[in-house]
Design a protein around this ligand. Structure first.
Ligand code: SF4
Length: 326
């Protein structure tokens, strides 16, 4: 699958690095000084690279854990995100990572211990309050779990910190490592969901809605509270019918009492990311967008309609205290 692995030479003897190399069996292993030499090269073509990405094993040295934008929360006032990985196995048409990075190569930051100590420091700083840490911000939290063992390492770590909550956000059905753990209140497994019509057409390489619902059901039966992320909502000529049927089937399949939280958001992008997507010829889904409120988004009147329709469907099944607008 992966032909080339680049490794920062200072970490080439680390156990986690050796384990990943064993699993990948790449044709070429190439040492480098810093991941930036490869990842930030000018004149890279994201779309071409996405067809055959390389992997880069690196150390994250600065800004390991950052505050989320103000609206990005699921009920705590203390919200942070961190990325053990940049880029994603999946290939959603609308993915903002295409606008954010020049490269589609996967970067895995293997210094998990540095993330852990930063998380510990922040949790101690907010010691009398809940702190939420979001992990699927610049990647999908579980899609490459077989290689990264991210959940396997971080779930037990978070279980030990009373006021810290970890959200793993994913479209993957790769839950093998999760099944090894007992459910825990401070681990929020969250699935991004969209109707079949959207998933089939725009969420390339992702598991079908049916498969995602199957794993969520399985986890709920085992006692996990699961988050649902209806984000991004995507405009469709038959929006109300498609999303109406979708919510009916989601809430018919799932146990509403075992839903931890729900977030809602329409398809949106910062201006610079939009320009990059346009240059890459990937802006078709943004043809109805306008630059409003510092983002390329649907016109306010349209997004209000989309959000209020979905909100209404959701409130028929879930308490409004659990629903958040991102
Ligand atoms: S799953 Fe998320 S991160 Fe991965 S390609 Fe789709 S939008 Fe991007």
């Amino acid at each position: 699958m992966i032909e080339n692995i680049y490794i920062e030479h200072t970490i080439s003897n680390n156990k986690i690095v050796k384990d990943i190399i064993k699993k990948i069996k790449a044709k070429n292993i190439i040492k480098c000084d810093s991941y930036r030499e490869i990842f930030n090269l000018k004149k890279q073509n994201f779309i071409l690279q996405k067809k055959n990405p390389s992997m880069i094993l690196a150390q994250k040295k600065n800004n390991l854990v950052l505050k989320t934008p103000a609206k990005f929360n699921i009920g705590s006032k203390n919200n942070y995100y961190f990325s053990h990985m940049l880029n994603c196995l999946f290939d959603c048409e609308y993915c903002f990572l295409q606008g954010m990075y020049r490269s589609a190569n996967y970067v895995i930051f293997t210094n998990y211990h540095s993330f852990k100590s930063e998380i510990k420091k922040i949790s101690e700083f907010h010691k009398n309050e809940a702190v939420h840490f979001f992990s699927g911000y610049d990647c999908d939290s579980l899609a490459l779990e077989n290689i990264t063992s991210f959940a396997k390492v971080f779930i037990p770590y978070f279980k030990k910190i009373k006021n810290a909550y970890l959200e793993l956000r994913t479209k993957s059905t790769n839950i093998k490592n999760i099944l090894a753990f007992e459910p825990s209140d401070n681990i929020i497994l969250a699935w991004s969901l969209n109707p079949n019509e959207i998933t089939k057409n725009y969420e390339n390489k992702t598991p079908s809605l049916k498969k995602r619902l199957e794993v969520i059901k399985k986890l709920q039966k085992l006692g996990w509270q699961v988050g649902l992320r209806f984000d991004p909502l995507i405009y469709h000529d038959n929006f109300n019918r498609i999303y109406g049927d979708f919510f009916k089937s989601v809430f018919c399949e799932l146990d509403s009492d075992r839903i931890h939280s729900i977030t809602l958001g329409t398809l949106r992008l910062p201006k610079s990311f939009f320009s990059t997507l346009k240059n890459l010829g990937k802006a078709n889904l943004f043809s109805k967008h306008k630059f409003e409120d510092k983002l390329y988004n649907y016109k306010k009147i349209d997004r209000d309609k989309m959000l209020s329709f979905c909100y209404k469907q959701i409130l028929e099944n879930v308490d409004k205290k659990k629903v958040f607008f991102n």
